[in-house]
Design a protein around this ligand. Structure first.
Ligand code: AMP
Ligand code: ZN
Length: 467
């Protein structure tokens, strides 16, 4: 079956084929480690994980690189403002190096909790200063740079195709009266190397042919991607906010340096939105995975929630939708656990699942199909083997889950369950229903199975947040 992916560069759904043999090289823009990742950031890494798992499911051998931005990402995309890491250092009283270390580890713990496959290569911007300087030298030698009092800039007006990814209207931008370009020649020009401020000692700075300073944000990705994946590789991904500036500029650098647009496919994940307009890590107020865990939610329930929406649609976050995802996951886990193991898979369901996932990673339809399978009259052990196969893409780790130990159900709850069972046997449905509701209030769900009632703890976020 052909895998089709939406390529933002050509703005088309295209058949995917690796550039070389069976090997797929992916570069995903990683976190800026000045604070914890918010759950919006994590949605993007979940989409990239589904992408990687789908490629592996399709039989490709994937090599996946993720960078860690630990220098050079300024608070404004227009190359002004403070370095986010140095700002984080002031916020916390820790050194810039410590900040980067702490939040890199926290990020890696988050992705493990979400069952996101570890990239084959992590690469840190500060470990690749020499490569970035060499890259800038090539751009300079080809005549695409100029200097200002605060750094070395890329002259975007010299590059014919600049802004193709975002379909930028360069003329329109230049004519815009309110764009403050400072010393830049064009509003879209961007820093390749920034000088350390003359009146301030930065914690992170290096010597360079242009003066002491630090690399611009975009150059790290072009330089590290070229080092680990070559000048042209298969897939580059990130969140959709990277289209107009970061990825546009990565492409510009690569076009000058290597004559390529860096990747054969450009994939972008849409946003997870909260009630606030946008989830902004820099605002200091955001939801992180730990916020969810502290409320008793299993991180995999957040993974499940993200799977319910396709990556090319924005997903509005609410506690109610997370609660539904938690319950659905709980049901799925219990069902899966209750089935016996068997070998035979249902090939028709596998084929349909593959079709959905190969249709630009349609996880929403793939999940709906999983439920169709659960409700079908396919024998239980075949359902289990089929679902195990699909879980290679979904990553819900169904095989690792076990019901909470029976002793974790308090005696009082057990008594209510018995009382309800008696009511049912006497066909006293209203009492049985009332007890079921009482149990739900207490945070326990009952499933009536042929072997009798099964009780399990649920993560009732809503009742907790209200109580
Ligand atoms: P950052 O750590 O800010 O560099 O962002 C890490 C990744 O998260 C990037 O790929 C961003 O595009 C992505 N991202 C940022 N905000 C959101 C959001 N609200 N929803 C989904 N992805 C996001
Ligand atoms: Zn990047």
């Amino acid at each position: 079956m052909t895998l089709q992916l939406f390529d933002s560069y050509s703005r088309a759904l295209r058949d995917f084929e690796p550039l070389e043999g069976n090997r797929v090289r992916i570069y995903a823009c990683g976190p800026t480690v000045y604070d914890y990742a918010h759950i919006g950031n994590l949605r993007t890494y979940l989409f990239e994980d589904v992408l990687r798992r789908t490629l592996e499911f399709c039989g490709y051998e994937v090599y996946h690189v993720v960078n860690i931005t630990d220098v050079g990402h300024l608070t404004s995309d227009a190359d002004t403002g403070e370095d986010k890491i140095e700002k984080g250092s002031r916020r916390t009283g820790k050194s810039a190096w410590e900040i980067a270390e702490i939040y890199t580890e926290a990020f890696q713990a988050d992705i493990r909790a979400l069952n996101i496959l570890e990239p084959h290569k992590w690469c840190r911007a500060t470990d690749h200063i020499e490569e970035q300087i060499d890259y800038i030298k090539v751009i300079e030698a080809k005549g695409f740079t100029y200097g200002t009092s605060d750094g070395i800039y890329f002259d975007t007006s010299s590059l014919e195709n600049y802004g193709h990814l975002a379909r930028l209207d360069k003329e329109g931008l230049s004519a815009g009266e309110r764009v403050d370009v400072g010393e830049k020649k064009n509003p879209t020009d961007f820093a390749l190397w920034k000088f350390s401020p003359p009146d301030q000692k930065r914690q992170m700075e290096w010597e360079s042919p242009w003066g002491t300073g630090f690399p611009g944000w975009h150059i790290e990705c072009s330089a590290m991607a070229a080092k680990y994946l070559g000048p042209m590789f298969d897939i580059h991904c990130g969140g959709k906010d990277h289209i107009p500036v970061h990825h546009t500029n990565e492409i510009a650098q690569s076009e000058v340096c290597h004559g390529t647009n860096l990747a054969n496919f450009w994939l972008h994940g849409y946003f997870l939105e909260t009630d606030q307009e946008k989830m902004a890590k820099s605002s200091g107020e955001f939801l992180r995975l730990k916020t969810l865990i502290d409320r008793g939610i299993d991180p995999i329930a957040f993974r499940y929630l993200c799977l319910t929406a396709n990556y090319r649609t924005d997903l509005k976050f609410s506690w109610e939708s997370l609660d539904s995802a938690s319950r659905a996951l709980e049901r799925l886990r219990n069902l899966y656990y209750s089935w016996d193991n068997g070998d035979g898979r249902d090939t028709a369901y596998i084929e349909e699942f593959t079709q959905k996932i190969c249709n630009d990673l349609n996880t929403a339809d793939a999940l709906a199909l999983v439920w169709e399978l659960c409700r079908s009259n396919v024998p239980d052990e075949v359902k289990k083997a089929t679902l195990r196969f699909c879980d290679r893409v979904l990553g819900l780790s169904l095989d690792d889950w076990k019901p909470p130990h029976q002793t974790e159900i308090p005696d009082g709850v057990r008594q209510l369950v018995d009382y309800r069972q008696k009511a049912r046997e006497q066909k006293d449905w209203s009492t049985a229903d009332r007890i079921r509701d009482d149990l739900l209030e207490l945070g326990y769900a009952i499933e009536d199975t042929p072997e009798g009632p099964k009780v399990s703890r649920i993560n009732s976020i809503i009742s907790k947040s209200e109580g």
